[in-house]
Write a protein that binds this ligand. Structure first.
Ligand code: UT7
Length: 324
C-alpha cells in the first residue's frame, strides 16, 4: 500500500498595515532602539488597527494559502486555527473562518497552545490526513497579541506583534511531513501567562487591565534548553544528520534563542529563516508567516528538508520535520 503523506501545497500570511518601529516605542516607554535590537533582534512589528481583528488576518492568510494551493472552499475538509486571542469565545475561530471563506460542513475548531499552537494544529491535521480521515486541511496560526499587551511595561510591549499565517495541507503519495513532535509541561505555568479567562475572573478583567505576564530571563533559559532538545529529537526520529537539513524555520521570539538553536544544529545562520526583525514575536503566527515569506521569495525549493519549531506559554513546545 502506498503510504499517504500530508504535504504543504500552499502558504499564506495576513498582516496589519500599521507598523510600529522601535523608535516609535521610544516615545511610549523607557526603551531604546539599540536595546531592543541587541536583546531581541526586533526592529519593527505590525499592530492591528482598532477596527481590525485576528479573524481579518486569519482570513487574509487563509485566502492566500488556498490560492497558492489552487484549492477552493469545497476542497477543504478540515479547518484548525491555533490562537490565544480569538475574536470571541464561541463560535470558535475555525467556524468564524469557515463563514468568511464559505466552507460548509467539515470539522472546524481552534486550539490554544500559545506560541506552539500552529505546530499542534499541524500535528493533528497530519494525523487526520495520514489516517485517511481528511484530504485537504486548512491550518492557520493567528494572533493579535497587541490586545493583551501592557503598553506601560517595557519588558513585554517591545516584543509582540500581530498577524496570521496559514498552510493548506493535502494528502499526497510524496512526503510531506516526515514527523511531528509535541511536548508540554504545566509546571512552568507561572513563568508566562495571561491570567483572565471566562470562568476565572480576576477583578482586573472587568476593568480590561489584564495583561501578558512574563518572567523573561527564566522563559529564555527553558526555551533554549527545550528547543535544543526538540530539534535533535526530530532529526533522530528520522535518522537524519543535521547536515542534511536545508532550512530551520524557528519560532520568532528572540534572535538569541534562535541562534542558540542553530548552534545546537551546527547550522549556519544563512540557512535559518529570520522574520523577527519585521514581525516581532507573533506567537503562533510566527512559524507559518516565516514559512510563507521564504516560500514566496523562492528560498525554499520543493524537495528540500525543513525543520519547524516553536516554544511558548504552558510551557508547550513542538517541532515538525518535513520535505517541502
Ligand atoms: O514566545 C514565547 C516565549 N517567549 C520567549 O521566548 C521570550 C524569552 N525571553 C526573552 O526573550 C528575554 O528574556 C527578553 C527579551 C524578554 C528580555 O531580555 P533579557 O536579556 O533577559 O533582559 P532582562 O529581562 O534580564 O533585563 C535586563 C535589563 C533590566 O535592567 P536591570 O535590572 O539590569 O537594570 C531590565 O529592566 O534590561 C532592562 N530592560 C529594558 N531596557 C530597555 C527590560 N526591558 C527593557 C527595554 N528597554 N524594553
Amino acid at each position: 500500500m502506498i503510504p499517504v503523506y500530508a504535504r504543504i501545497t500552499g502558504t499564506g500570511r495576513g498582516l496589519p498595515e500599521k507598523i510600529l518601529t522601535n523608535k516609535d516605542l521610544e516615545e511610549i516607554v523607557d526603551t531604546t532602539d539599540e536595546w531592543i535590537r541587541a536583546r531581541t533582534g526586533i526592529e519593527r512589528r505590525h499592530i492591528a488597527a482598532d477596527n481590525e481583528t485576528n479573524l481579518d488576518f486569519c482570513e487574509q492568510a487563509a485566502r492566500n494559502a488556498m490560492q497558492a494551493a489552487g484549492v477552493g472552499p469545497k476542497d477543504i475538509d478540515m479547518v484548525i486555527v491555533g490562537t490565544t486571542t480569538p475574536d470571541q469565545v464561541f463560535p470558535n475561530m475555525g467556524c468564524l473562518l469557515q463563514r468568511r471563506l464559505g466552507i460548509h460542513g467539515c470539522p472546524a475548531f481552534s486550539l490554544e497552545a500559545a506560541c506552539t499552537g500552529f505546530i499542534y494544529a499541524l500535528d493533528i491535521a497530519n494525523k487526520y490526513i495520514r489516517s485517511g480521515s481528511a484530504k485537504c486541511a486548512l491550518i492557520v496560526g493567528g494572533e493579535t497579541l497587541s490586545r493583551m499587551t501592557d503598553w506601560n511595561d517595557r519588558g513585554t510591549c517591545v516584543l509582540f506583534g500581530d498577524g496570521a499565517g496559514a498552510v493548506v495541507l493535502e494528502a499526497s503519495d510524496e512526503a510531506g511531513i516526515l514527523s511531528t513532535h509535541l511536548h508540554a509541561d504545566g509546571q512552568y505555568a507561572d513563568l508566562l501567562y495571561f491570567p483572565s479567562g471566562v470562568s476565572k475572573k480576576p477583578e482586573d478583567f472587568y476593568a480590561r487591565r489584564d495583561f501578558i505576564h512574563m518572567k523573561g530571563s527564566e522563559v529564555f533559559k527553558v526555551a533554549v534548553t527545550k528547543l535544543g532538545e526538540i530539534v535533535l529529537e526530530a532529526l533522530k526520529a528520522n535518522n537524519m544528520p543535521a547536515e542534511k537539513l536545508d532550512w530551520l524555520v524557528p519560532h520568532q521570539a528572540n534572535l538569541r534563542i534562535i541562534e542558540a538553536t542553530a548552534r545546537k544544529l551546527k547550522m549556519p545562520m544563512q540557512r535559518v529563516i529570520l522574520t523577527i526583525q519585521d514581525h516581532g514575536n507573533t506567537s503562533t503566527a510566527s512559524v507559518p508567516m516565516a514559512l510563507d515569506v521564504v516560500v514566496r521569495d523562492g528560498r525554499i525549493q520543493r524537495g528540500q528538508t525543513v525543520l519547524l519549531e516553536a516554544f511558548g506559554g504552558g510551557f508547550t513546545w513542538g517541532a515538525a520535520l518535513l520535505r517541502y
